[in-house]
Design a protein around this ligand. Structure first.
Ligand SMILES: NC(=O)c1ccc[n+]([C@@H]2O[C@H](COP(=O)([O-])OP(=O)(O)OC[C@H]3O[C@@H](n4cnc5c(N)ncnc54)[C@H](OP(=O)(O)O)[C@@H]3O)[C@@H](O)[C@H]2O)c1
Length: 248
């Protein structure tokens, strides 16, 4: 079974479509149950819907208990749910930023930890953690979000290495701007974000292919590959200024 977090919109809904097409049994998770139900009806086949606010401390454990109750085990975990917030760190309410850390980091980590024992026991499985090209540089004006994605990238690479001889694939998918509800939720106003946005199907296709090949880091699209590598040649002090000047 493939469990997809954040499946009610954007990349998560597209992961559901592409995984359903290849015949996976699915568990779809997000807060908006009606969206998940509609998607499940569209997909047909074996699709389970679990509504959960994954920023809550107990959510990951409750979700895993529900998966067990359904008699399922997670062969592929797509840790996709996440959100960002633009603005100056000091101006954004702390509670919202803590929710972001809880969702983007804590729940993602907990789900991986809870899913792994069965994968290790069976000697197969995959974890696709959705990071971002934001993982490769500091993000003034988007500080906590960029930092959460740096965590996801670092964590995923380390897990990839730990598990590579155990038959378990672990990849970090690092999309650049992509047409989803992300920009609206984050409060992105920059025109260039939209102009340079990729379409979700291409990003998701690259993610699933990359996980299949057990690539540690997947950066879809040429522009994003250049962005991801630019930290090798651009000094960090200059990189900070460049990102700040983008005024996302
Ligand atoms: N789009 C981009 O430009 C871009 C670029 C790089 C990385 N990413 C990453 O891609 C991932 C998917 O984002 P997206 O672009 O597809 O954005 P999106 O269209 O806004 O979708 C976000 C998904 O996460 C779910 N979610 C948000 N808060 C949640 C919570 N507390 N509990 C459970 N689910 C929650 C949402 O469902 P509900 O609201 O129904 O809960 C929704 O299904 C995120 O990790 C994001 O950081 C996006």
């Amino acid at each position: 079974m493939t469990l997809i977090t954040g499946a009610s919109a954007g990349l998560g809904a597209e992961f559901a479509r592409q995984c359903a097409t290849r015949g996976d049994e699915l568990v779809l998770v997000a807060r908006r149950r009606e969206r998940l139900d509609a998607l499940a009806a569209e997909l047909g086949g074996k699709v389970h819907v679990i509504a959960s606010d994954l920023s809550k401390a107990e959510a990951a454990a409750e979700l895993m208990a529900e998966v067990e109750r359904l008699g399922l085990w997670i062969e592929t975990l797509i840790n996709n749910a996440g959100f960002g917030l633009t603005g100056r760190f000091a101006d954004i309410p702390l509670g919202r930023q803590q929710q972001m850390i809880d969702l983007n980091i804590r729940t993602l980590t907990t789900l991986a930890h809870l899913a792994l024992p069965k994968m290790i026991e069976r000697g197969r499985g995959g974890i696709l953690n959705v990071a971002s090209t934001a993982a490769f540089q500091p993000g003034p004006g988007f500080a906590v979000y960029f930092a959460t994605k740096a965590y996801v990238l670092s964590f995923s690479e380390a897990l990839h290495q730990e598990l590579r001889r155990k038959g378990i694939r672990v990849s970090a998918l690092c999309p650049g701007p992509t047409r989803t509800e992300f920009g609206q939720v984050a409060g992105v106003t920059s025109q260039s974000f939209d102009r340079f946005s990729a379409d979700a199907p291409a990003v998701v296709g690259a993610g699933l292919r990359g996980l299949q090949r057990n690539k540690a880091v997947i950066v879809p699209g040429l522009t994003n590959k250049v962005t991801a590598q630019s930290g090798r040649v651009i000094p960090r002090a200059l990189m900070r200024r460049i990102v700040a000047s983008l005024k996302l």
